[in-house]
Write a protein that binds this ligand. Structure first.
Ligand code: AMP
Ligand code: MG
Length: 293
């Protein structure tokens, strides 16, 4: 199976005509392998990812920023658990962006994310991100009122202005060595219903349930419009979106793992070569250590 082709189908780089409804949340690209076989494939993909992460870390030049966005129960936590599990924790950080703190609200909407960007050599994973500020904040307008913005700056143009800010921010990151990959985990409303029910039914999952989830669910259509507009306006070659069909968890894990693997491959990472004077120095130390016993 050609995963590069599959990934290409879900990668959005230029999205003027982009429509979310063209993407089926239950899509598996005709693959019918199920969870167990998918886990084997993911394990292979993970070994490859881990090997590339070592080089990323050793080179200390590129950083990788992975952004996960999706409705409640779309599987963001699961992707982090399953796809990132093989990575070396030393070179990897996960940040979850929840309701902004009082301090966050004293700053522009990119501030709290900018403070948590991955350093060179690192992989940063954002579980939600500054995209919430054009999603939940757009759908629930009362949240915008809490952002302490000067009244004359809050106009109808605010969302397109925020898209401009995001595009400029991500371009800046790309030009400075951070590879930005954005994933929208797309589930159907029915699949979300099933997963929320499971959260209520299973004691070990109950803690995950929030009344917000039910309120957000009522605004499903408005969220989809907000997602579509955000993706349409912020999908670029330097910071592409991937629309990940997420009704089947295993397919979402495979797709995310393959997309990250493919993007890292394009960086052509290599271990730094030690040569010339530095290598001579190492050889001297080697001889001295060898003779020291
Ligand atoms: P969860 O990810 O389910 O733990 O929930 C986190 C909640 O924080 C979600 O309901 C998000 O919509 C909300 N959230 C995240 N970022 C923001 C933001 N910038 N403004 C308002 N709510 C946010
Ligand atoms: Mg939640």
């Amino acid at each position: 199976m050609n995963f590069a082709k599959i990934i290409k189908r879900f990668r959005i780089e230029k999205a003027h005509g982009f429509r979310l409804s063209d993407f089926d949340p239950a899509d598996t690209c005709g693959l019918d392998i199920g969870k167990a076989a998918a886990k084997d494939m993911i394990a292979d993909g993970l070994r490859h990812l881990t090997a590339m992460q070592e080089k990323l870390y050793a080179q200390n030049q590129w950083a990788l920023l992975i952004i996960l966005q999706g409705m409640d129960a779309s599987g963001k936590d699961g992707v982090i658990k399953h796809v990132m599990s093989g990575l070396n924790p030393q070179g990897c950080e996960v940040h979850a962006f929840k309701h902004p703190s009082a301090e966050d609200l004293e700053h522009d909407f990119l501030w709290r994310a900018a403070r948590r960007l991955p350093a060179r050599g690192r992989i940063g994973i954002f579980n939600r991100s500054y995209y919430e500020d054009v999603l939940v904040v757009r759908v629930r307008r009362e949240l915008l009122g809490r952002q302490n913005l000067p009244a004359q700056l809050v106009t109808k143009a605010i969302w397109s202005e925020r898209f401009n800010s995001i595009r400029a921010f991500e371009r800046h990151l790309a030009l400075n060595g951070t590879l930005v990959l954005k994933f929208h985990l797309r589930i159907s409303k029915e699949e979300q219903r099933q997963r929320l029910l499971a959260r209520l039914d299973e004691p070990s999952k109950r803690w995950k349930f929030s009344m917000d989830d039910v309120d957000d669910r009522k605004l499903w259509g408005r969220y989809m419009e907000a997602y579509e507009d955000a993706i349409r306006n912020t999908a670029t070659a330097e910071a592409p979106w991937y629309i990940v069909p997420a009704d089947h968890k295993w397919f979402a894990w495979l797709t995310v793992a393959a997309a990250i693997g493919g993007a890292m491959e394009r960086l052509k990472l290599e271990f730094p070569l030690v040569r010339g004077k530095a290598l001579e120095e190492l050889e001297r130390v080697r001889r001295a250590l060898g003779a020291a016993k």
